[in-house]
Design a protein around this ligand. Sequence first.
Ligand SMILES: N[C@@H](CCC(=O)N[C@@H](CS)C(=O)NCC(=O)O)C(=O)O
Length: 218
Amino acid sequence: MTDRVLYGYFRSSAAYRVRIALNLKGLDYRYQPINLLKGEQRSAEYLAINPQGLVPLLDDDGVRIAQSLAICEYLDEAYPDTPRLLPAEPAARARVRSLALAIAADIHPLQNTRVGKYLQTEYGKDEEGKAEWIRHWIRTGFDALEKQLAESPSRYAAGDLPTLADVCLLPQVFSARRFGVDLAPYPNIVRVADELEHLQAFAEAHPSRQPDAQPDAM
Ligand SMILES: N[C@@H](CCC(=O)N[C@@H](CS)C(=O)NCC(=O)O)C(=O)O
């Protein structure tokens, strides 16, 4: 039997992506919580398996991969008989990657714990200042994403089947709600998120359903 371990944190949106991907593909895994608030991502033990000091990390029977999008693409390539996260046709594939990266590369890094800490220690931002910084970058990214979804509306972010774009979208909407972003200007993003929330693979990956969930920190 394959020994597959996902190192994550219930509220990490990058780990949330990988949980969705594993669920969509029907791949079993063990979940190993890494408490980001306690700094466990920087423990010597964790750095030995992931020098990047971030979650998620997937250990797929000895194949260790950091970075959520690399993990998702690995799963697509290593398990080609499971539902695909990326379409085969080049233009459709590029659109899915483009939407996914707009979230994973351009929005999400600016809301990271270590960025918030740096804003606090080096620039004197308080909790509200940090939250407003995060809301600003989510709104900037969502303004563009909303237009892209409106230009070619479909059931999910990029067609009638969930893809890597959706794997990134729902966790980002979760974060947007958590940080108090007003989603009224983003009807297409909210519509797609509502569709996704009804899919079992997405629902079971929700932060509140993880073993390390802290209900008062949702
Ligand atoms: N680009 C990375 C981002 C990973 C990442 O930023 N993870 C966050 C949680 S969402 C983390 O581990 N933060 C710990 C910290 O900032 O110290 C990916 O997609 O996996």
